[in-house]
Design a protein. Structure first.
Length: 132
């Protein structure tokens, strides 16, 4: 899906206009392909425009506007379909890799400290499900 946000501008104490904590563009797209009858590979992309946030400077009195750079991530999911183990039992296996490019990216903090939070590096998930 695609999301375009046109938030209202806020005015910082310095009189400059900025958009607070909301990216103008945020895009999510995915592609899924059935390689075989019981094997599906999916690739998802997430893009976020730069975001700005007003926060207090180190002196605790003056304010400044911090910019978090735009970012893009890619996630991969491989599903190994349902396999029959017995007359009543079936099994399914799934492997997911989040942030497969191992990009460093940040989200805004809802508080002033810290100003931004680093998001997780490449993360692997393996899950299995057995039904009886």
């Amino acid at each position: 899906g695609i999301r375009h946000v046109n938030p209202e501008e806020s005015t910082a104490d310095s009189g400059k206009h900025y958009v607070k904590e909301t990216p103008k563009n945020r895009y999510k797209a995915g592609l899924s392909y059935d390689v075989q009858e019981k094997l599906t590979v999916s690739l998802f992309f997430d893009y976020c425009d730069e975001t700005k946030q007003q926060c207090y400077a180190l002196d605790g009195v003056s304010k400044e506007i911090i910019t978090i750079d735009d970012w893009i991530t890619a996630d991969l999911n491989v599903n190994f379909g349902e396999y029959k183990l017995s007359e009543r039992a079936t099994a399914m296996l799934s492997v997911t890799v989040n942030n497969i490019l191992d990009e460093d990216y940040y989200h805004m903090s809802q508080r002033n400290s810290p100003i931004k939070y680093r998001q997780p590096p490449r993360t692997w998930w393996i899950s299995a499900m057995i039904k009886y």
